[in-house]
Design a protein around this ligand. Structure first.
Ligand code: SME
Length: 156
């Protein structure tokens, strides 16, 4: 995927989120557009914070057993505590990893932040090792920024 492709995808996601009638629809749009555009994004989902847990919202890919993850558990829980993106090039080498599919090789988790508050996370798994490079991270952090607006508007 070229930089131009990524810029076009971001524009499509921005439009999809802007046109969405509510936060759930906005999250579904983002998940659909990311999953359809990038073949090595094997599983794409969004978790939202609910008290001390992350709760799985819209996703595409194989159903995950991890529909509720306590903060601090798994790579998802670690990213929520760190309030920072985590990229894992080899999930089998990371003791924090909670398995969703046996085929998963790498993962990226990007927090959706409203100022200092974590609203949720974008979680993406790939069947390819070290699938997520700096361009993926940059794209997904921009998408997280767009989702932060949609999710914080919804909570007002
Ligand atoms: N791998 C995640 C759990 C979520 S599933 O991948 C969908 C983790 O370690 O937190």
């Amino acid at each position: 995927m070229t930089d131009t492709d990524r810029a076009q995808l971001l524009t499509a996601i921005r439009s999809g989120i802007a046109a969405a009638p509510n936060a759930d629809a906005a999250m579904k749009q983002a998940v659909r557009l990311l999953k359809d555009a990038i073949p090595y994004y094997t599983w794409v989902g969004i978790y939202r914070i609910d008290g001390e847990e992350l709760v799985l919202g819209p996703f595409l890919g194989q159903p995950s057993p991890h529909t509720r993850i306590p903060l601090g558990r798994g790579i998802c829980g670690a990213a929520a505590i760190d309030k920072a993106t985590i990229v894992v090039d080899d999930v089998q080498a990371d003791p924090r990893y909670l398995a969703c599919s046996l085929d998963t090789r790498s993962e990226i988790v990007v927090p959706i932040m409203n100022g200092p508050e974590v609203l949720g996370e974008i979680d993406i798994d790939s069947d390819q090792k070290a699938a997520f490079g700096p361009p993926d991270r940059a794209l997904l952090e921009q998408v997280a920024g767009l989702l932060a607006e949609a999710l914080s508007d919804a909570s007002q």
